[in-house]
Design a binder for this molecule. Structure first.
Ligand code: 0RA
Length: 654
């Protein structure tokens, strides 16, 4: 067929569909920053994972090509390539050019699929400068190319093939994305996760962008149990990994859990391999069963005495690491970010299936059961102590007529929407910030540096800390169970610390604190990190600021200076070498305190010019884990952590 004659209403619709994606990419992939960029890869990989879940594929390879392309290959059946009599198009072309067409082919061939989430290959196509799709089927290799969602030519046979499979190579469009470089760590984490959740599939990541290409292979026979083991690396386990599987009415459940002596909870839930960040019916079923079974057991064995009250759902969470994965034919995703599983039939299924088997485990393993229950009892005691500490904090505030801490330089506005709270490290930086700020909308709370030096990270002790108390009172929200977002006094809470090891520590502490006790503040997008400059570059009266080494070099060049080749010597004093340049002054800021109030305002605080990084829940979770490593009871991981960063930090004291 030749294109012009067949230029039907349908073709026009297709173009309009993908045009809409290019006009408002955020609607389809969330954003056009690095997260949105990663989304392209997830969409393509998810399609191959779907093929694996359907049982037709056991190997997926993701390649980061030297030319900037991303290639995803699988050994599935290959997307059908024969021409459909009605549309005059192959299934391949339809999948690539029609919005939401993915997964509709093959006459219900998929038992499970991502549903809403797999917006699919056509979106990736629309947002790519180029896509090359290859299908290996029926002894042939088929190929079609696209650009910005448009077909560049008919599908054609380009060779023979001994295997079957699909191969997509896409080049993200620089007209759309702010950056074209994905983060390798993020790719590994996500694909490792997918490999844990899809037993028997092998996922390989090849990075050809390095001088020496690297190859990582993820394959886990153990599935979710292996995942829990991985999450608990570096923690002290109180039991072995408890694994429970079940199937009922077409719902497949896989649960693995393990208690450690950690103080926080780590639960990851999935429906059809999609992370349900907001939980849902699978999580509710799990929690209800866990609390009930632990209480039953503790009563039966006389560990909980008759007059003692039951352990609460919160008590059985401390130190719990669990992965809950369910697969279901018709998943319903609800909630603000579609991250909550809604299917009501899942809750009773998980509750009874998991409950039965968990109960049997406790009966059969009395030693481990005892460890778990003791941990929960400890949590109950800590909870009561924390509540007492919190009540004192609140009562004190009330007695003094809700006095705000003396160290807080509050703003004059009483409108939380426009108000900002800067949490600043150290008194001298606090001084500059107080003088440099816009007093109408910016409040400053200086925090003393060494609060990270407690021997163990316990809630009741953290709350007893004056600095933390001040923060709680300043924010106005209370804490933990009684957190009240309506009372939040500032809609931007901005952490402003030095770019050195101490600054990093304080930032980690603050993020951990928010992750554990003010999680909703992060989830609602109120927590930010300030971005102070690393260098000041001056030539005559002209001054510019650089926020990274690359930017420093660019500015020096633009000022007519020359940039020395920098030789990285790891493990040697980390004093940055002063640049030798023609009449260009290079000042490296070692701390916020080195900036005068005007400079701090201009570079870091002025809402018109500054950059802020919003903290996402994953960042905070990472901080939480780092914090545990730094503070935790186990010496070895801490030692490793510090040694691995020794080149950045010669004398951190812990
Ligand atoms: C529907 C039907 C068939 C294959 C696929 C979808 C398929 C899609 C993707 C996307 C990435 N990799 C994929 N692999 C397969 C084939 C049905 C048949 O051969 O009978």
């Amino acid at each position: 067929m030749s294109a012009p004659q067949n230029y039907s209403a349908e073709n026009i619709q297709v173009l309009e569909g993908l045009e809409a994606v290019r006009k408002r990419p955020g609607m389809y992939i969330g954003s056009t920053d690095v997260r949105g960029l990663h989304h392209l890869l997830w969409e393509i990989v998810d399609n191959s994972i779907d093929e694996a879940m359907a049982g037709y594929c056991n190997s997926i390879t993701v390649t980061l090509q030297k030319d900037g392309g991303y290639r995803v290959q699988d050994n599935g059946r290959g997307i059908p390539v024969d021409t459909h009599s009605k549309t005059g198009k192959s299934a391949l072309e339809t999948v690539m050019t029609v919005l939401h067409a993915g997964g509709k082919f093959g006459g219900g061939g998929y038992k499970v699929s991502g549903g809403l989430h797999g917006v699919g290959a056509s979106v990736v196509n629309a947002l790519s400068a180029k896509v090359i799709a290859r299908v290996y089927r029926d002894g042939k290799t088929w190929q079609q190319e696209y650009s910005q969602g448009k077909v560049m030519g008919e599908i054609e046979v380009v060779g023979t093939s001994k295997t079957t499979g699909t191969e997509m190579t896409f080049y993200p469009d620089p007209e759309i994305f702010e950056t074209l470089e994905m983060d390798l760590e993020t790719i590994y984490t996500r694909l490792r996760q997918q490999a844990y959740l899809t037993k028997g599939v092998e996922i390989t990541v090849v990075n050809e962008q390095e001088d020496r290409p690297t190859k990582y292979r993820f394959y886990f026979e153990g599935g979710v149990s292996a995942y829990v083991r991985h999450l608990n690396e570096g923690r002290n386990a109180l039991s072995k990994v408890i694994a429970v599987e079940g199937e009922e009415d077409g719902i497949l459940m896989e649960v693995a859990l393990q208690y450690t002596d950690s103080f926080s909870e780590h639960i990851l839930t999935f429906a059809n391999n999609i992370h349900t960040a907001e939980g849902g019916t699978h999580l509710t079923g799990f929690r209800t069963a866990l609390t009930r079974i632990i209480n039953n057991y503790a009563r039966e064995k006389g560990i909980l005495k008759e007059k003692e009250v039951n352990l609460t759902a919160d008590d059985v969470r401390e130190g719990l690491t669990a992965v809950i994965s369910i697969k279901i034919g018709d998943p319903q995703f609800e909630g603000q970010t579609k991250g909550k599983l809604g299917n009501s039939e899942v809750r009773p299924m998980v509750e009874s299936r998991f409950g039965e088997k968990f109960s049997a485990f406790l009966e059969e393993n009395p030693g481990e059961a005892r460890n778990i229950i003791n941990k929960c009892l400890l949590a109950a005691r800590a909870r009561l102590a924390a509540r007492a500490a919190r009540d004192t904090v609140i009562r004190k505030g009330a007695l003094e007529g809700l006095t705000l801490p003396g160290k807080l330089a509050d703003c004059s506005s009483r409108d939380p929407k426009e108000s900002e709270l800067f949490i600043v490290e150290g008194d001298s930086a606090g001084g500059s910030a107080k003088q440099g700020r816009n007093r109408e909308i910016q409040a400053i709370l200086p925090l003393r540096g060494k609060i990270l030096n407690t021997e163990q990270a316990r809630l009741d002790r953290m709350l007893a800390n004056n600095e933390v108390k001040n923060l709680v009172i300043a924010m106005g929200t209370s804490i933990g169970e009684t957190l009240d977002m309506e009372k939040l006094r500032y809609h931007k809470i901005i952490v402003m610390t030095d770019a050195d090891v101490d600054g990093l520590h304080i930032r980690t502490l603050i993020m951990t604190l928010f992750f554990r006790y003010f999680r909703e503040i992060i989830e609602k997008g109120h927590l930010y990190i300030a971005n102070p400059p690393l260098y000041k570059l001056s030539k005559g009266k002209q001054a510019k600021y650089a926020y990274s080494d690359t930017e420093r070099d660019e500015i020096i060049m633009s000022m007519g200076g020359e940039v020395e080749e920098r030789i990285e010597e790891m493990g040697v004093e980390e004093e940055a070498p002063e640049k030798k340049t023609s009449r260009i002054g290079v000042q490296r800021y070692k701390g916020l305190g080195e900036m005068n109030p005007e400079q701090l305002w201009e570079t870091t605080m002025n809402p018109e010019q500054r950059t802020l990084f919003r903290v996402h829940i994953e960042d905070a979770e990472k901080a939480d884990k780092t914090f545990e490593t730094l503070m935790g009871a186990e010496v070895l991981p801490r030692k490793k952590f510090i040694q691995s960063r020794a080149k950045y930090a010669q004398n951190i004291d812990l």
